[in-house]
Write a protein that binds this ligand. Sequence first.
Ligand SMILES: Nc1nc2c(c(=O)[nH]1)N[C@H]1C(S)=C(S)[C@@H](COP(=O)(O)OP(=O)(O)OC[C@H]3O[C@@H](n4cnc5c(=O)[nH]c(N)nc54)[C@H](O)[C@@H]3O)O[C@H]1N2
Ligand SMILES: Nc1nc2c(c(=O)[nH]1)N[C@H]1C(S)=C(S)[C@@H](COP(=O)(O)OP(=O)(O)OC[C@H]3O[C@@H](n4cnc5c(=O)[nH]c(N)nc54)[C@H](O)[C@@H]3O)O[C@H]1N2
Ligand code: SF4
Ligand SMILES: [Mo]
Length: 750
Amino acid sequence: MSVTAYRTCPLCEATCGLELTLDASGAVERVRGDADDVFSRGFLCPKGVSIKELHDDPDRLRTPLRRTADGSFEPCTWDEAFALVAAGLEGVRARGGADAVALYIGNPSAHNMSALLYARALAKGLGTRNVYSASTVDQYPKQLASALLFGTATTVAVPDLDRTDHLLVLGANPLASNGSLMTAPDVRGRLRAIQARGGKVVVVDPRRSRTARAADEHVPIRPGTDALLLIAMVAVLFEEELAAPGRLEPLCDGLGELRGLAAPFAPERVAAATGVPAETIRRLARELAAAERAVVYGRMGTTTQTFGTTASWLVDVLNVLTGNLDREGGAMFPLPAVGGSNSRGEPGRGRGARTGRWSSRVRGLGEVFGELPVACLAEEIETPGDGQVRALITLAGNPVVSTPNAGRLDGALASLDFIVSVDLYVTETSRHADVILPAPSPLERAHYDLALYGFAIRNVANYSPAVLPMGDGMQDEWRTLLRLTGIAVGQGAGADVDAIDDFVALDVLRREAATAGSPVHGRDPAELLAALAPRRGPERLLDALLRTGPYGEGFGRDPDGLSLAALEAAPHGIDLGALQPRLPDALRTASGRIELTPPALVADVERLHAALDAPAEDGAMVLIGRRDLRSNNSWMHNLPLLVRGPERCTVQVHPDDAARLGLTDGAPARVRSRVGAIELPVEVDDAIMPGVVSIPHGWGHGVDGVGWRVASAHAGANSNVLADELAVDPVSGNAVLNGIPVSLAPAAAG
Ligand SMILES: Nc1nc2c(c(=O)[nH]1)N[C@H]1C(S)=C(S)[C@@H](COP(=O)(O)OP(=O)(O)OC[C@H]3O[C@@H](n4cnc5c(=O)[nH]c(N)nc54)[C@H](O)[C@@H]3O)O[C@H]1N2
Ligand SMILES: Nc1nc2c(c(=O)[nH]1)N[C@H]1C(S)=C(S)[C@@H](COP(=O)(O)OP(=O)(O)OC[C@H]3O[C@@H](n4cnc5c(=O)[nH]c(N)nc54)[C@H](O)[C@@H]3O)O[C@H]1N2
Ligand code: SF4
Ligand SMILES: [Mo]
């Protein structure tokens, strides 16, 4: 007899509902899209299907590992593992202080309730300034720009895909990535619907991506020059009197200053640098202004580049100037059921963004949202002195593949005194660990998208309980994180996890009870905690947050409101409706206004002037990345379903460049940058613009000691060996992963 279970897919940001069929033994027989899911309506992609292979993967860790004298790993018990961790971390802290322990938090933690709810306790317990994450090789420029404009890092305006008539996409390829900072299952279907209702989709990208192919227009652009294109569009709006913020005008600070800032960047001046003809830039601006409901959306190509924060800012400046911010069919602010940073406390005003409260020790790059840029990690490990990093905790991250100057970081990790990795596999990173603590498979844990619903194009809430019982010898990841927290706060390896969990939950309720406007303002936190019994762990916290959230039942105040029990009764999710205008209430700037010209971004306009005056050398090549539908950063190449078919880790080169450089389709090329070199097959392809080459990230599994047998057989090369750790967006410290200067030459075959 088979059983059906429903589960939100945790593998990308789209949050698709999966329908799993299990046989009597609990083995997964089939994975399909859940046709009744309120958001995804049956959509899924090949990665969703591969959740079965992920669960069954024989290389996935099912017991803690410890390093042996000969450098290999052996299984050990959890108690043995934590005793080693306690000794390792305590030794490093005794010698070097709190900052000697670094924490790196990777991408899957954003899809994981345990990490989202408990990693902060760990970081706080460690008390280190050396907190790093995948966010500084990703979206921090967008979040920083949003925080400067609107007040918090998660007040990010997302495209109202289902109601817009005109979508201008820069540097995103949602047909491969399934969307990012735009949670939307089935982006392809939603883009087709825009076209079907007579709207237009335009994609600005150095490469004719899948999304560009599906669009009405593809505009090739020189990597790293989006900010120039965008500021020229701003200039056109002012010059041609098309700027019309409408309802928001009285709420905006800096409109006049913007006009002056943009004026020198006429399209005719930026055309050469961007590679976009002036007439095209003018038309893009006019079409955006003329469309009934339009939205500009930028992602990886606009954030992980030298003008990441400034480009992200200008995206929203265009949304404001065309009257499309916070209106239907424009760029809107979701109101998630849980975790919203702009729905608590006093509406319409807040502390605003605070950054640079401390700086990295070696290079002096500023803190952003409590983290230091991961581009600094290797030097913080290698450079002696007070505060030198000597130990590392990695949580759901693979920085040796994912972060710049991967070769240097790989060497730096080998020099550390102690590393503990919480992961599913022995990866390029965790192979350096002294102890690896396994995390359960996605099917062994409950799920709620605490982070991603904050970026969703509809307000949705969907909870999935664990599909399968925990395997023998596994433990919940939140328990692992709290045991690490116990060690961090000096309670040692034997700390009482349940007591720490009670403390964390009580703390959440205490803060809620102290917040004016909260439905539980003034109530007794201990009594609220008792009302959540017998739940504990992430479920208890989730229930507390749902009940006190904007749709919550308020601990008895509104019987029709949300609680975890309400979500448990709705396995296909609860649709909370289309996005609604939320300004001015959602603002959390100190001024209570939209701060359109934050000083840090105004100052960066100087660099834009300099970029205009420094044209690219003839024949110079730059590297950009590329995502593939059947890949997911560094860690899903071990699944046979996803690595089938022709090799995908290739360097794509335009035919003219291939001819000029003597490169042949299928033959190996050597690609070199300031910091490293790799070899990989050439793919001659006119989809990429001349002067630009593309290599996907996340590969390079052919190193000694990884526990990925399938991935090792499809190794590819690590593109971040080429990424320069000194190249960062100076405003956010985010790494430049798109627009890396490289040279190419044929490599000796074989
Ligand atoms: N050149 C270049 N570099 C890039 C990018 C690019 O476009 N170009 N993209 C960047 C981006 S956007 C990102 S987000 C980063 C990703 O960077 P990282 O987050 O560092 O790397 P991932 O490949 O996502 O590795 C995730 C790790 O988490 C483990 N894992 C998976 N699920 C779980 C879980 O539930 N619990 C635990 N504990 N572990 C789990 C996996 O086994 C894997 O080892 O890479 C960045 N690097
Ligand atoms: N299949 C798959 N899906 C994924 C992931 C994955 O690895 N594989 N990773 C997930 C993660 S962690 C993230 S953050 C998201 C990312 O989601 P997206 O941002 O949609 O992903 P990318 O495919 O990196 O899209 C970046 C695009 O920018 C273009 N580009 C490069 N440089 C520039 C530039 O200077 N200007 C402009 N305008 N364009 C440029 C590239 O050619 C590429 O098409 O995807 C998520 N989904
Ligand atoms: S699109 Fe994303 S969420 Fe949906 S099935 Fe694929 S990986 Fe899972
Ligand atoms: Mo990412």
